[in-house]
Design a protein. Structure first.
Length: 350
């Protein structure tokens, strides 16, 4: 009995119990995990941005949060109003460019022509109209579900950010409960993961934004068509560490080859290589200073494994999860800037 009590008093055992407790909660709310992750990411970005706005403008924190969300909504609205028509127009050009690309490869064109001839499209539509209709409704339902999750996450992140001070005060009450050590470990683990996740997302957003601007300038000089569509694709894929650059090279190669032949495609490859070198040896190390940074091989392996385990979310949160595990094991430090307010209070009480 004494040995068991001594075991539970060990710091590593208590931390393990706290970790199991957190994982159990996540398992219970697994159906809401997308909303939880989006809320954490949006809240982190909103709180950090609002804090910087408060420092720069000296306006109250609550107004800083409100200003941040207003600016985001205005930018989103302007993007939909002015950029969306251009995107739709340029998207319409892409099928023609793809057909030009296919025509340069006779074997591929022959295979597609034979497949098309063997397919009685009208008969298939007539036989399977119910299936096609159901598939279309499922697609609409899926899209509306994603949009509703994003909208709910934005709303929750706004409430979280604007009431952040009160939430912190409420959190300190758990340290005055009957289990202060347990809740301290829960706080340490959860705050470490949130900071790692937020830091990685913040850096990847910055890198994706800078890379997109540089790529748009380069593609404009090369005169690659559908610049706005390519910019959107590059930015979205840029949120995937390292691998996003390689993935974006596939559509860029097809469009550049179809429009500008081999010369244009090689120019795009050279542009991507230069920007990737700039990111790898200058931008990434500087922005990742005091943050989580993993070797390139481990990054690729993490992305592949996490995508298999967690789907699309694994591409984004896979790196933070591995970095969190390494932090727990003491292999790598957590990002600088970890909140110390609750820890400091606990030490003062001890």
């Amino acid at each position: 009995m004494n040995d068991l009590k001594a075991l539970f008093k060990r710091v590593d055992v208590q931390k393990l119990i706290a970790l199991i407790f957190i994982l159990a909660i996540l398992y219970v709310i697994k159906d809401l995990i997308s909303i939880v992750l989006l809320t954490i990411i949006f809240s982190y970005l909103a709180i950090k941005s609002a804090t910087k706005i408060k420092q720069w403008t000296k306006i109250p924190y609550g107004f800083s949060v409100l200003l941040f969300f207003i600016v985001c909504l205005v930018v989103l609205g302007m993007s939909i109003t002015f950029i969306m028509p251009t995107l739709i127009e340029q998207f319409a050009v892409i099928p023609d460019e793809v057909m030009k690309f296919i025509q340069n490869f006779p074997d591929v064109k022959k295979y597609l022509d034979e497949t098309y001839q063997n397919l009685d499209l009208l008969t298939e539509v007539t036989k399977n109209w119910q299936t096609l209709l159901a598939s279309g409704l499922d697609t609409i339902t899926a899209i509306s579900g994603v949009l509703s999750k994003i909208a709910l996450s934005i709303f929750l992140s706004f409430i979280c950010a604007i009431s952040w001070t009160k939430l912190q005060k409420f959190g300190t009450k758990f340290l005055n409960s009957e289990y202060p050590v347990f809740f301290k470990h829960v706080y340490d683990l959860s705050s470490t993961f949130i900071l790692i996740l937020g830091s990685v997302i913040e850096v990847q957003l910055t890198i994706a934004f800078i890379n997109t601007i540089l790529m748009v300038i380069g593609l404009s000089l090369i005169k690659v068509p559908s610049i706005m569509v390519m910019a959107l694709l590059i930015f979205i894929l840029g949120l995937i560490p390292i691998a996003g650059v390689i993935i974006s090279l596939i559509p860029l190669s097809i469009i550049s080859f179809a429009a500008l032949s081999w010369t244009g495609m090689f120019e795009v490859w050279a542009l991507v290589a230069v920007i990737h070198l700039f990111e790898s040896y200058f931008l990434h190390p500087r922005l990742m200073a005091n943050r989580t940074e993993l070797p390139i091989f481990l990054t690729f392996a993490t992305i592949i494994v996490m995508e298999h385990l967690l789907g699309a979310w694994g591409l984004i949160i896979g790196i933070p999860i591995v970095a969190f595990i390494l932090s727990i094991l003491g292999v790598q430090d957590a990002p600088v800037g970890k909140p110390k307010d609750i820890n400091a209070k606990q030490k003062a009480q001890d």
